[in-house]
Design a protein. Structure first.
Lengths: 117, 113
């Protein structure tokens, strides 16, 4: 596939459970971003990976959230002890370098819709 | 701090009407970038345009046009002769030069019937 792939597309979990969300970026893209989209809200930045640099975790809302990117490709966003307020669509995006170069806009996946019951 | 305001939560128009989506931003940076993304019902965000702060020239692409006015910190988006396929949520976003994060507005839902 040519686009950013996210799995699962939908996830329903019980409060207190841990969840893992996966993102496969476009091949060759060095930058990877996670955003969260809550109902009626804009996109909230969570974390950013660029090559082998230390990730920018400044957007993670709590220490229950973590993410890793193995081998500079696939990324996993983990939410521990999920809460109802974690319910949202989690969007992954990738770009060749960063979104400020002329020919490198962010490419978004379709997202994972997380529902915490 | 950076902020993007899209005051219009939802706009409904009849097909073939022109519609303008407003975007007002706040930043202390002298160099920055502005973006518009479209999110159709399928959910995937689609990049529409990037504009840097040094380029205030308006841009037209088919039925789409963008009006960037630094003096009023606005980057408005106009769709001419709207079509049903234009129905989507449109996001305006702001980013500083170099890497940081993209700050998104809350989006404007456009319904074309």
């Amino acid at each position: 596939g040519a686009g950013v792939s996210q799995s699962p597309s939908n996830k329903v979990t019980e409060k207190g459970k841990d969840v893992e969300l996966r993102c496969d970026p476009i091949s060759g893209h060095t930058a990877l971003y996670w955003y969260r989209q809550s109902l009626g809200q804009g996109l909230e930045f969570l974390i950013y990976f660029q090559g082998n640099s230390a990730p920018d975790k400044s957007g993670l809302p709590s220490d229950r959230f973590s993410a890793e990117r193995t081998g500079g490709s696939v990324s996993t966003l983990t939410i521990q002890r999920t809460q109802q307020e974690d319910s949202a669509v989690y969007l992954c995006a990738s770009s060749y370098q960063n979104h400020f170069t002329r020919d490198s806009p962010l490419h978004f996946g379709n997202g994972t819709r997380l529902t915490v019951t | 701090a950076q902020k993007v305001t899209q005051a219009q939560t939802e706009i409904s128009v009849v097909e073939k009407e022109d519609v303008t989506l407003d975007c007002v931003y706040e930043t202390r940076d002298t160099t920055y970038y502005l973006f518009w993304y479209k999110q159709p019902p399928s959910g995937e965000l689609v990049f529409l345009i990037r504009r840097n702060s040094f380029d205030e020239q308006n841009e037209i692409s088919g039925r789409y046009s963008w009006n960037f006015q630094k003096s009023t910190s606005s980057f408005n988006f106009t769709i001419t002769a709207s079509q049903v396929v234009d129905s989507a949520v449109y996001f305006c976003a702001l980013g500083p030069s170099g890497y940081s994060t993209l700050t998104f507005g809350k989006g404007t839902m456009l319904l074309v019937s």
